[in-house]
Write a protein that binds this ligand. Structure first.
Ligand SMILES: [Zn+2]
Length: 467
């Protein structure tokens, strides 16, 4: 008998924390969390009424990937007394400390000793596991097996499969039934990315918790998205402007460096386009990506063997210090030098991209390119909406407390999202050889969940959106 409850990522995409409770005998209960995510948008935390960690604490946490909305509440879990193990893929275990350190520094404390103490504690609890291999995480629950599989979303990202005995009450007695499988998709990626292996779906799931970020939406094909990006780059070069790309420090930034490297190699018009990576944390994570080649796709490793080095600092301009950042913003805003800036955050909620937006959005020479989903309530979504307005006067947003007019060209190329689109999400269910008792849709806006639920029902699945 098992139950799942959700403590985030139900009415939106923030704060993923799903609780799996496995009941064996009358009194024996094992409690696990799948992800322990924080809220990217502070305003969103109130909507799900779960700013802190739920109680009671679990025996173990299983982490699908290292994005903040899947690991952000790990420090709070430690403060609340969590002492269990944190299972994640090897690459995710390498990335987690860097991401937690960044969050502690930005949101909680600059006290180096305190940060080091938390990081040491996290590192002692982390248990790296190999993907595609069963393991038994709980000594006094040896019947439970767990397996991580590549999810193709960011480096090391996984969907997780739990298999254990299901015990049902019959005539007052607890009787074991067959083994049952519970699958958590985490965030699923798309196929044919520049660095990552493509995801493949489960063959058995009695209960599937499925993300739905891009439900109802479809991405352009890889060829189409490259064409769109190239068109935008050439437009900016002709306009003698720069290109701003808000990018998540983890995943999107490294994927774009690899994609831009391929584009520059194939099109001479981009020869002089300078690529600027303006984010200390993205620089650190890019260095980690270089080291973790075992988690790249086979194609990416082959390209590396044949000489492509997209993540090496010789191929882009790293901006580390805040002074250099401010200098670069001023320089590009004035000169319109042909440059592409990758800076966080991906949804323009804070981070260095905000200073670029303030200075460069009012100038029609420049281009702003969104590469994926902009959640409702973020500055990214506000810019997207305002830029579509017919009257120039109403194309305005508030940035750094200033009323900024948008005269730069704003483009969205959804094909570079790190998430699978509607068809990709459906494809994740296509290898299933049994009919799950339930597919539970999480991690998406209501419209996205409804669209996905309709398609899954058309295919004969029982799909639900938890309240
Ligand atoms: Zn993610």
């Amino acid at each position: 008998m098992y139950q799942i409850s959700h403590h985030g990522a139900v009415h939106g995409v923030d704060g993923s924390l799903h609780e799996l409770t496995w009941r064996l005998e009358k009194q024996e209960i094992h409690r696990f969390w799948i992800d322990c995510g924080g809220w990217v948008r502070k305003s969103a935390s109130g909507s799900e009424n779960e700013p802190n960690v739920p109680q009671p604490l679990p025996e173990a946490i299983f982490v699908t990937h290292a994005h903040f909305d899947h690991i952000g509440r790990v420090p709070q879990a430690l403060v609340a007394g969590f002492k269990g193990q944190i299972y994640a893929s090897k690459a995710t275990c390498e990335l987690i400390p860097a991401l937690i350190e960044e969050n502690l520094r930005l949101e909680w404390t600059r006290n180096r000793r305190l940060i080091t103490k938390v990081l040491k504690l996290v590192e002692t609890l982390l248990r790296p596991v190999s993907q595609k291999q069963w393991f038994r995480p709980i000594d006094d629950f040896p019947e439970l097996r767990v397996r991580f599989h590549p999810a193709g979303h960011i480096l090391g990202s996984s969907w997780i499969e739990f298999e254990g005995p299901c015990i049902r009450k019959s005539n007052g007695k607890y009787l074991p039934t067959a083994q049952e499988n519970v699958v958590f998709s985490g965030d699923l990626g798309r196929s044919q990315t520049a660095l990552l292996p493509a995801p493949s779906g489960p063959v058995k799931a009695d209960l599937l918790v499925l993300e739905s970020t891009y439900g109802g939406k479809s991405h352009p094909s890889p060829g189409q998205r490259k064409k769109e990006l190239l068109k935008t780059l050439v437009h900016a070069l002709e306009n003698e402007g720069s290109i701003l790309v808000p990018a998540f420090s983890l995943g999107r930034a490294q994927e774009m460096l690899a994609e831009l490297d391929q584009l520059k190699r194939s099109d001479r018009r981009l020869k002089d386009l300078e690529i600027i990576l303006d984010s200390p944390i993205a620089l650190k994570l890019t260095e980690l990506h270089r080291k973790l080649q075992y988690a790249w796709s086979e194609e990416a490793r082959k390209r590396w063997q044949s000489g492509a080095r997209p993540l090496d600092p010789e191929n882009f301009t790293p901006i580390e210090s805040h002074q250099d950042h401010l200098r670069t913003v001023r320089y590009l805003a004035q000169t319109g030098r042909p440059a592409l800036v990758l800076a966080s955050s991906g949804m323009c909620e804070g981070g260095r991209i905000v200073n670029y937006l303030e200075k460069m959005l009012p100038d029609p020479r420049h281009d702003l390119v969104f590469l994926g989903y902009q959640a409702k309530g973020t500055l990214g979504a506000a810019i997207q909406n305002a830029s579509k307005k017919k009257s120039v006067r109403s194309r305005r947003v508030i940035i750094n407390k200033k009323n900024i007019e948008i005269r730069a060209q704003v483009t969205t190329i959804s094909g570079y999202s790190a998430h699978a689109d509607h068809q990709g999400l459906i494809k994740f269910t296509e290898k299933l050889q049994n009919l799950p008792r339930e597919i539970r849709l999480v991690h998406g806006d209501q419209r996205a969940k409804n669209a996905l639920r309709r398609s899954l029902k058309d295919k004969g699945f029982r799909a639900f959106c938890p309240k």
